[in-house]
Design a protein around this ligand. Structure first.
Ligand SMILES: [Zn+2]
Length: 185
C-alpha cells in the first residue's frame, strides 16, 4: 500500500475548498483512517479546521440524541413563518401532493415549515389541485379516500400544540441531522 497516503494527499490538496468541506461535514464518518487523517491535515493546512468544522467532524459519527433533536426543533419553531412573515413558524408537517394526469398520478410528500394557518392553506390548495386534476383521470374513485385523509391531517395540524414539535419535524431532523448541525451550530 506504499504511496497510497501520498495519493490521498495529492487528491485532497487538489480538491476545491467547497468539496473538501462537504466531505468533512457530511461524509467524514464513511472514510477510512488514513483518509480521515489526510483530510484533517489538508483542512488544517488551509486554515479550515476551525471550531465549526471540527465540531461537525467530531459529531459526524454520533447518532442524533433526543436532547439535540429537541433543541434543534425548538430553534426552528422560534423562527418567523416563511410564508406570511407575521406569525411564529410553530412547526412543520409532511403534506402530500397528488396530481392526476389522465392515466397517471404523481404523488409526492414534502415537509412544509410554517405557522398553522399557512400550512393549512397549503394543504387546502394541494387538496383542490388533487381533486380537480383527479376528476378527469382514471383515479377519480380514489378522491373520497384522499379527501378523508387530507381532512384528518388538517384536523391534526389544527389541534396540534404550537409548543410541541410535530412528529414529522422530529423525524426530519433525525434523518438529516448532519445538515441541521451544519445550519445551526
Ligand atoms: Zn404563516
Amino acid at each position: 500500500m506504499t504511496g497510497s497516503k501520498e495519493k490521498l494527499e495529492t487528491y485532497y490538496s487538489e480538491m476545491e475548498e467547497g468539496k473538501l468541506l462537504h466531505l468533512a461535514k457530511y461524509e467524514f464518518g464513511d472514510l477510512d483512517f488514513d483518509a480521515k487523517e489526510t483530510l484533517k491535515s489538508e483542512l488544517a493546512k488551509r486554515g479550515l479546521l476551525g471550531g465549526k468544522t471540527l465540531f461537525l467532524i467530531n459529531r459526524q459519527e454520533d447518532e442524533p440524541d433526543d436532547i439535540e433533536v429537541k433543541s434543534i426543533a425548538v430553534h426552528i419553531q422560534s423562527q418567523i413563518c416563511p410564508h406570511c412573515k407575521k406569525r411564529k413558524m410553530s412547526n412543520a408537517w409532511v403534506l402530500p401532493r397528488r396530481v392526476g394526469l389522465v392515466i397517471f398520478m404523481l404523488r409526492q410528500e414534502e415537509l412544509i415549515f410554517g405557522c398553522k394557518d399557512c400550512v393549512e392553506r397549503k394543504l387546502r390548495n394541494r387538496m383542490l389541485v388533487s381533486i380537480f386534476t383527479l376528476i378527469p383521470s382514471i383515479f377519480f374513485p380514489l378522491i373520497p379516500f384522499f379527501v378523508v385523509s387530507d381532512l384528518a391531517l388538517r384536523k391534526d395540524i389544527r389541534e396540534s400544540s404550537e409548543d410541541i414539535p410535530s412528529p414529522d419535524l422530529l423525524e426530519n431532523i433525525r434523518r438529516n441531522i448532519k445538515t441541521y448541525r451544519d445550519l445551526l451550530f
